[in-house]
Design a protein around this ligand. Sequence first.
Ligand SMILES: Nc1ncnc2c1ncn2[C@@H]1O[C@H](COP(=O)(O)OP(=O)(O)O)[C@@H](O)[C@H]1O
Ligand SMILES: [Mg+2]
Length: 321
Amino acid sequence: MPTIVEVKNLKKRYKDFEAVKGVSFDVEQGEIFGFLGPNGAGKSTTINMLSTIIKPSSGTATINGYDIVQKRNKVRSSIGLIFQASTLDEKLTANENLMLHCKFYGVAKKLREERIQEVLQIVDLTDKRYNIVETFSGGMKRRLEIARGLLHYPRVLFLDEPTVGLDPQTRAHIWDYILKLKEKAGITIFLTTHYMDEAEICDRVAVMDHGALIALDKPVQLKKNVGGDILEIATEDNVTAKSRIEETYQTEVLEKEGILTFQVERGDEFLVQFVKEFEIPITSVNLRRPTLNDVFLNLTGREIREETVSQKDRMKQGRGH
Ligand SMILES: Nc1ncnc2c1ncn2[C@@H]1O[C@H](COP(=O)(O)OP(=O)(O)O)[C@@H](O)[C@H]1O
Ligand SMILES: [Mg+2]
């Protein structure tokens, strides 16, 4: 597949803080490409540079063959953009929001009616066309934003955290639409997420942390690189058990909420032997395949979820910054 997004050593600096530390990657035409990383990793900053919202400090990138600094207008007409926070005009109807976008993007007058009907159909909002956006649910607003992003037939659709803040059922629903778009010939989807399960759906995932890409591959391959299986156990004495497992099996054991987690080769065989010979009484065991969270954990020693939750909690408690 030909390359549609080409990024070379892209950096963004805010005063003495480097938010994006020189990332390089290619996106192939027609794929769903995901940026996975905790809050503050630099995902939005990267998307904002690629979509010409902010200027890179250094490095280059092209979209659809156009340089993001030299050919901003060409880049803008090549992309659809769905921001992390809604940018709909809530006092207007869905139709008015879409019409404004057509004008803004120079969609020819005679094409507008047909395009609006088409995009509303894709996201199942045809019957809400003349309703005020204010009356829409969160999921409906997201769908309308996706529809709007498609009006000018972009080659690449950027979605920054497309399902954040939505309930699980609505999230699944939004994903149905994203997958449907992929089938639409030629459109490439570039999204960011901090949800593992969403990253799983992507064709390829770039894992981002502290402004740098620390891995990029198909989800299945990323998980393969973790190697082996994940064993989670609880014992009557986790402190002793942890050091004993680390000594005996030369592996790193993580303790969280009373559960010891470690990686083993050929988990099923290992488990049988382990339960037989381990001296400290085991109170629970769980053997599982690695997830993308384990991938992140392996690469950084931290969990994506942990940080995301604590950040959210901080915000809820009003102590965020
Ligand atoms: N305008 C700005 N000025 C200063 N720092 C910023 C600005 N925008 C983002 N940052 C910082 O850059 C880092 C990356 O932010 P962002 O790209 O929004 O991360 P993500 O989208 O992965 O959560 C964060 O530490 C954030 O605080
Ligand atoms: Mg973000």
